[in-house]
Ligand binder design. Structure first.
Ligand SMILES: *[C@@H]1O[C@H](CO)[C@@H](O)[C@H](O)[C@H]1NC(C)=O
Ligand SMILES: *[C@@H]1O[C@H](CO)[C@@H](O)[C@H](O)[C@H]1NC(C)=O
Ligand SMILES: *[C@@H]1O[C@H](CO)[C@@H](O)[C@H](O)[C@H]1NC(C)=O
Ligand SMILES: *[C@@H]1O[C@H](CO)[C@@H](O)[C@H](O)[C@H]1NC(C)=O
Ligand SMILES: *[C@@H]1O[C@H](CO)[C@@H](O)[C@H](O)[C@H]1NC(C)=O
Ligand SMILES: *[C@@H]1O[C@H](CO)[C@@H](O)[C@H](O)[C@H]1NC(C)=O
Ligand SMILES: *[C@@H]1O[C@H](CO)[C@@H](O)[C@H](O)[C@H]1NC(C)=O
Ligand SMILES: *[C@@H]1O[C@H](CO)[C@@H](O)[C@H](O)[C@H]1NC(C)=O
Length: 466
């Protein structure tokens, strides 16, 4: 009796849909029982015009479904009628190319929807009606170009949203307004240049925001003036040059690959990533003492004279890799008694004073590969510090040219070695000179790389206009 009733229901629903869809619609049976096991469904093919029946009757207690190795042009209309208890639906990399209303009717139990790595081009308005309890929506790596200010209407419970790696150029003002509970927003890897004023004014609880790899040329802290809980901000890969961060308390701020020349930070920040910028000096932070992790690698900082780290007394990780440093000033790490991990690799260091280790009482890991070490010094460093204190280190894996020797895996050069390939009458001066030349080459290549970024971007823009 029950079975007959359900059949009639499904058929009635089907008829309603069938007549509503295009004439080319094709009725197909894709029995989920044949394809799915323990919530994993394989090898399903559903075309744009297929109207599929998934089961003869609803399948209760199915909480989660993941589709693998499938080609599904659109989420079947009867999905949530067939699986009324569905909470988690993963349809990543399934060639989904369209969302069609009413797509989420009956999806009131759905908490997590992932449609990453598909072919979606737009998010129609009101498409999520019915999925009002969705917590997490993942739409990264599609081809989304168009969003409407009602695209996310009804998602009042949404906490996480990813639109990363799409083709968004503009966002309408009201787009995030329904998402009052949003905590985590990822819009990295798009083509955004600016935000409309007030776009985040309803998202008061935002805590993590990733704006990386867009085309922002300025960052307006002003946009987030109402958000007091932002702890993670990623701006990497935007060409910014000058950046002012004004947040009460960030746990992580990332601005890697930005060509930054100047950074001003108000408020507290614990982890600061500034890799591959154009900083010529260590940023002056009001609350430098509260920074625990600082990455300044691949910046033209050079000699590090004048105790630039003296106020960074709470550092536990410090990365000074590839900063164009010829020697380590004796006082440089005097205040870094908490430092656990120090990276000075990829510089032009030849030797250094052992007294610099006096203050580094907590050091557990020291990366010093890819320098121009003198072999005698390196041997001493290994024996009397690195191995004796059981400090971790990394061996040279990339073979530098003209190496004289390796000490415990780290490349080095002898000062007076007649048989050395590097220089026939090598003196300590010559070794030093070579070190400097090698280093200048490195930084020259770095600078050139950065100059070309702008040109490439301009070319991209011109191409886009054609
Ligand atoms: C993936 O799907 C294709 C076509 O549906 C099928 O021929 C192939 O065997 C599947 N591969 C795996 C690993 O299931
Ligand atoms: C998507 O699936 C194809 C095979 O169907 C596979 O080759 C490819 O690596 C997958 N891509 C991702 C991002 O998982
Ligand atoms: C959505 O956009 C329309 C037209 O652009 C506008 O009239 C409307 O006020 C916007 N709605 C919201 C919530 O921003
Ligand atoms: C924001 O977070 C606080 C504390 O977790 C919570 O009490 C409040 O309800 C949240 N607001 C919204 C709109 O979710
Ligand atoms: C360094 O940053 C520039 C942008 O300033 C970027 O184009 C380049 O790819 C980055 N280099 C690396 C190694 O990430
Ligand atoms: C900043 O550091 C000081 C001293 O190291 C500490 O007392 C304070 O609690 C820290 N504040 C924050 C917000 O981390
Ligand atoms: C320091 O930075 C370099 C280059 O950005 C990176 O390769 C290395 O892993 C970093 N070191 C540590 C200890 O994280
Ligand atoms: C000189 O350099 C060669 C490698 O080029 C090395 O094998 C040799 O031990 C070095 N000799 C001295 C005296 O350092």
């Amino acid at each position: 009796m029950k079975l007959v009733f359900l059949c009639v229901c499904v058929i009635a629903a089907l008829h309603a849909h069938y007549h509503a869809t295009t004439q080319a619609a094709q009725l197909r049976r894709v029995w989920m029982q044949d394809h799915c096991k323990n919530g994993i469904c394989m090898n399903i093919e559903i075309g744009r015009n297929d109207f599929v029946l998934l089961s003869q009757m609803p399948i209760a207690n199915q909480i989660m479904l993941s589709f693998l190795n499938s080609s599904i042009s659109k989420i079947p209309s009867l999905m949530f009628e067939t699986f009324p208890d569905l909470q988690v639906l993963h349809m990543d990399n399934c060639s989904v190319d369209v969302l069609e209303s009413p797509q989420f009717e009956g999806a009131s139990n759905l908490k997590s929807l992932s449609l990453a790595h598909n072919q979606l081009r737009d998010i129609p308005k009101n498409i999520f009606l019915g999925a009002e309890n969705l917590h997490s929506l993942t739409l990264n790596n599609n081809k989304i170009q168009k969003v409407h200010n009602m695209s996310f209407h009804a998602l009042k419970e949404l906490k996480e949203l990813s639109l990363a790696n799409n083709r968004l150029e503009h966002l309408p003002t009201g787009i995030f307004a329904p998402l009052r509970k949003l905590l985590d927003l990822d819009i990295s890897g798009n083509l955004l240049q600016t935000f409309p004023r007030g776009i985040f004014d309803k998202n008061l609880n935002l805590t993590q925001i990733n704006l990386g790899r867009n085309r922002f040329a300025v960052f307006e802290s002003e946009l987030f003036k109402l958000q007091h809980r932002i702890t993670m901000l990623d701006l990497s890969g935007n060409v910014l040059q000058e950046l002012i961060l004004n947040f009460p308390e960030l746990s992580t701020a990332k601005a890697n690959n930005c060509d930054l020349r100047k950074l001003t930070v108000y408020g507290y920040v614990s982890e600061l990533e500034l890799r591959n910028n154009s900083l010529r000096e260590v940023p002056h932070l009001q609350h430098a003492a509260n920074v625990t992790s600082l990455d300044l690698s691949h910046n033209p900082l050079g000699a590090m004279r004048g105790n630039p780290l003296r106020r960074y007394i709470g550092l536990e990780r410090l990365n000074l890799s590839a900063i164009n440093m010829h020697d380590v000033p004796e006082q440089l790490f005097k205040k870094q008694t908490q430092l656990k991990i120090l990276d000075i690799s990829g510089n032009a260091l030849y030797n250094m004073k052992f007294t610099i280790f006096d203050s580094l009482k907590s050091l557990e890991f020291l990366c010093f590969q890819q320098n121009n070490w003198n072999c005698d010094f390196l041997q001493l460093l290994m024996n009397s510090y690195v191995k004796r204190r059981d400090v971790g280190y990394i061996e040279d894996t990339i073979e530098p040219e003209m190496v004289d020797d390796y000490i415990d895996g780290v490349a080095c050069w002898y000062e007076n070695n007649k048989s050395s390939k590097k220089c026939d009458s090598a003196t300590s001066d010559a070794a030093m000179e070579l070190a400097i030349v090698r280093n200048d080459m490195k930084s020259f290549v770095d600078v050139m790389d950065k100059k070309f970024v702008k040109v490439y971007r301009m070319l991209d823009e011109i191409k886009a206009h054609l």
